[in-house]
Ligand binder design. Structure first.
Ligand SMILES: *Cc1c(COP(=O)(O)O)cnc(C)c1O
Length: 387
């Protein structure tokens, strides 16, 4: 049997996979089972921060594998403590809870916000405003947080306590706050799955001022845009706002499962022993990998992200067959004249991997993709769009 057939027979039918089996890679090049080479602009959905098989990253993982692979949270562990310290020092946040995925990072953020609401405002102040067209995960609670009906329909009843505001409309936030006992607003500074749409700067500024005035927490879901992809360490840093809670995952450990919820001054003490936990959370291998990733996201690396981003925007903005380009840093959505699915499969045929976001083609290249590889990939993409 082919891998594809085994998968179709035995793996739960939740994914509409591309007709491609990836077996190996190096940097931004990946290879299929026939040895065909692709330039990867998808990075496993913004996960492989420095591409495949980065030497330094492998070195950090191997060093930790040679010591201890798992401790549980019954004991202290060096990589977990040091990663938390590093994240706090780089962001000004105060404490970190570790989990294994973006959805879990958001669950922790939601629990913290509810606890804060009841502690400070009183019983029932647990409603969280999220934005229409957002995406926050697949657990029943993060599905409820996700502001898109299509994700809700088959799984009701969902966790109650979420209301949805129109993105970039501060009046809608104010209205929902007046009508509900709210504790937080949760948002992605660039809506990823929703179509790679950055929120307006003015909106975020107004939102931050309103939240401060009303003592409503700001939760930035940085699962996709975080960890250097925006050209800053975290996406919110591009907008001059300071969230109370930051959730992140995807690219944090460069290809190993991890989730992190960064708790700011207001919520740093809401969790006490027994209130939250995770068996694998803070896993030493994932944390060692994340330390190696975060420590390399210095100014030079982030400048490189901005330079690559500018290159893509410049190349595609007026390209034939391209209707619009949106996004921030190396999280880019391209609206194409022809259907995105056709563009994606033709790019694949020609050795370039891109993915989809709503009706757009989404690009999430490795932060250190070589300019040469990027040029080749973008040229092919432009040719495919022009057809
Ligand atoms: C991917 C994503 C999630 C969910 O992350 P998982 O690791 O799949 O649970 C949550 N929020 C945003 C913004 C995401 O892009």
């Amino acid at each position: 049997m082919m891998i594809k057939d085994i998968d179709k027979e035995y793996v739960a039918n939740t994914y509409a996979r591309f007709p491609l089996t990836l077996v190996s890679g190096k940097g931004s090049l990946v290879y299929d089972e026939n040895g065909k080479e692709y330039i990867d602009l998808g990075t496993g959905i913004a996960v492989n921060t420095f591409g495949i098989g980065d030497e330094e990253w492998i070195g950090a993982i191997n060093a930790q594998l040679g010591k201890i692979q798992h401790t549980s949270n019954l004991y202290y562990s060096e990589p977990c403590a040091n990663l938390a310290k590093m994240l706090c020092e780089r962001t000004g946040m105060k404490k970190v809870f570790f989990s294994n995925s973006g959805a879990e990072a958001n669950e922790c953020a939601i629990k913290a916000a509810r606890k804060y609401g009841e502690n400070t405002k009183g019983e029932g102040y647990t409603t969280i405003i999220t934005l229409k067209n957002s995406f926050h995960g697949r657990t029943l609670t993060t599905l409820a947080a996700t502001g898109q009906d299509t994700f809700h329909n088959d799984f009701k009843p969902l966790t109650p306590g979420f209301v949805y505001a129109e993105a970039n409309n501060i009046e809608d936030i104010k209205r929902l706050c007046a009508e509900n006992k709210c504790c937080a607003v949760m948002f992605e500074v660039v809506q990823g799955e929703g179509g790679v749409n950055p929120l307006d700067r003015e909106y975020l500024t107004e939102l931050a001022a309103f939240a401060k005035e009303k003592d409503i927490l700001l939760i930035a879901d940085e699962v996709q845009i975080g960890n250097g992809r925006s050209g800053m360490l975290y996406g919110y840093m591009n907008y001059g706002i300071t969230p109370d809670i930051v959730s992140t995952a995807k690219g944090l450990a460069g290809g190993l499962p991890i989730g992190a919820t960064l708790l700011g001054e207001k919520v740093k003490e809401v969790y006490t022993p027994g209130l939250h936990g995770s068996t694998f959370g803070g896993n030493p291998i994932s944390c060692a990998a994340a330390i190696s990733i975060i420590s390399r996201l210095d100014e030079a690396m982030l400048d490189g992200v901005k330079k690559r981003s500018k290159f893509i925007f410049d190349e595609l903005s007026d390209a034939e067959g391209v209707k619009s380009v949106s996004g921030l840093g190396l999280m880019i959505g391209v609206e194409t004249a022809r259907p995105a699915s056709d563009i994606i499969s033709e790019c694949m045929e020609r050795g370039v991997l891109v993915i989809k976001a709503k009706n757009k083609v989404r690009m999430l290249p490795a932060l250190n993709i070589t300019m040469e590889q990027l040029k080749i990939a973008i040229d092919i993409f432009k040719e495919v769009c022009r057809k």
